[in-house]
Design a protein around this ligand. Structure first.
Ligand SMILES: Cc1cc2nc3c(=O)[nH]c(=O)nc-3n(C[C@H](O)[C@H](O)[C@H](O)COP(=O)(O)O)c2cc1C
Length: 384
């Protein structure tokens, strides 16, 4: 049997063979490697999809190096995803210009008193060891303006804004031939991003891993499709095989943006413990929590969620909550309290039973979707 063909408008827009993007995935905690590293990007792009680098874990310099590594390993299109803080780029997100690195232990001393008090209480009650992690002040999230400039200078084929509206940079991106993608979890932001000139929109349902909204994918997709005019929409949240791909295309989407399924591949950048959690997970294995970043974020459910909920604290604004959560998570890891550690992952985890090469995941998705979409509907289903 010949190679399967599955083309949509997205393939023409991005110059790719299959309408499948591996999602931009950053690290769960400061200092961890990124979930969508160069290896995953190259594997997905080489397989005919489009791999997106999870750029939020890199320093600005590391981002440029990673982009050049991708270019050296594939001549296929690829993307870069950044988490842009609110009121972006007009300032350093932490207000600490010129500082390259600070000890995380020192930085958390500057957190609000109730949060610091809670942190110290948890450390004391659980007998957690001191862990020294250096907080890089020149990451893409701290220096979004510079990070975007790197993407423009390197003419990254697809820029993906993991948070916020990328409308402000569309003109500069288009001037060098780049495309811009925004992500939304509701119609209000979807409409806003579409109006701002973004080329593509991802609509991600509540099921998805990482930052996520309140609306389920099945309800979200048609509502977003109805309000964004001619801007092509990709489906995300809970897509793990060809059934999800076929359903997304049937809804009217031009393609899919897949996180958790590509995280759990040979090339996916998650810690081994978190890949194993995905394999062990059922459909009920993940929950949404503000514990990690201060925003609603889906991760493997673990005791960290529970102690955060019990704290009664309001989450700190992004990215400050990341400081608090990272300081604790590294201590849990050091103390081998692994029941307090879980990676970002979506509800689709329960569907994932094997770590495979990313190319195999993509090929199987295409194969299954083509089978479904070309299947003859039994007469009794549509007969009058
Ligand atoms: C480990 C992990 C890290 C993530 N990090 C980011 C990120 O840095 N930026 C972003 O835009 N989305 C991030 N996401 C969300 C994904 O881009 C994607 O929208 C989501 O995984 C789709 O849902 P799925 O997991 O059900 O496929 C992350 C998701 C996971 C699982």
């Amino acid at each position: 049997m010949g190679k399967k063909v599955l083309r949509t408008k997205l393939c023409d827009i991005l110059g790719i063979e299959y309408p499948i993007l591996s999602a931009g995935m950053g690290p769960t905690l400061i200092g961890e490697k990124t979930g969508a590293p160069v290896e995953l990007v190259v594997a997905v792009s080489e397989a005919g999809g489009l791999g997106v680098l999870g750029g939020s874990g890199f320093t600005v310099d590391e981002l440029r190096v990673a982009i050049r590594e991708i270019k050296a390993q594939t001549d296929k299109p690829y993307g870069v995803d950044l988490l842009l803080p609110p009121r972006l780029a007009t300032r350093n997100a932490m207000g600490m210009e010129g500082i390259e690195e600070l000890p995380l232990n020192r930085v958390i001393e500057t957190l609000p008193e109730p949060h610091l008090k809670w942190f110290k209480k948890v450390v004391e009650e659980m007998g957690l060891p001191d862990v020294e992690v250096m907080l890089k002040m020149n990451t893409t999230t701290m220096r979004p303006k510079e990070a975007i400039q790197v993407c423009i200078e390197e003419k990254v084929p697809l820029f993906c804004a993991g948070l916020g509206n990328p409308g402000f940079m569309v003109e500069d991106a288009h001037a060098v031939g780049m495309k811009v993608l925004g992500i939304t979890g509701n119609t209000k932001n979807g409409r806003r991003i579409a109006k701002s000139g973004a080329d593509l929109l991802v609509a991600q349902g509540h099921e998805g891993g990482g930052h996520t909204g309140r609306i389920g994918t099945m309800a979200l997709l048609p509502q977003v499709l109805d309000v964004v005019g001619s801007v092509p929409v990709l489906a995300a949240g809970g897509i793990g095989d060809g059934r999800g791909l076929a359903a997304s295309l049937a809804m009217g989407c031009v393609g899919i943006w897949v996180g958790t399924r590509f995280l759990a591949t040979d090339e996916g950048g998650a810690l081994d413990v978190n890949k194993q959690r995905i394999l062990d997970s059922t459909d009920e294995g993940t929950r949404v929590s503000t514990a990690y970043t201060g925003k609603t974020l889906r991760a493997n459910y673990n005791k960290f969620h529970r102690i955060w909920d019990d704290s009664g604290l309001e989450p700190l604004p992004f990215p400050n909550q990341v400081l608090l959560s990272s300081a604790l998570l590294w201590r849990f890891i050091e103390a081998d309290k692994m029941d307090h550690v879980g990676g970002l992952a979506g509800q689709v985890s329960g569907l994932i039973h094997e770590i495979k090469p990313a190319k195999q995941v993509l090929d199987e998705m295409v194969e299954e979707a083509v089978d479904i979409l070309t299947r003859k509907i039994p007469e009794e289903v549509i007969a009058k």
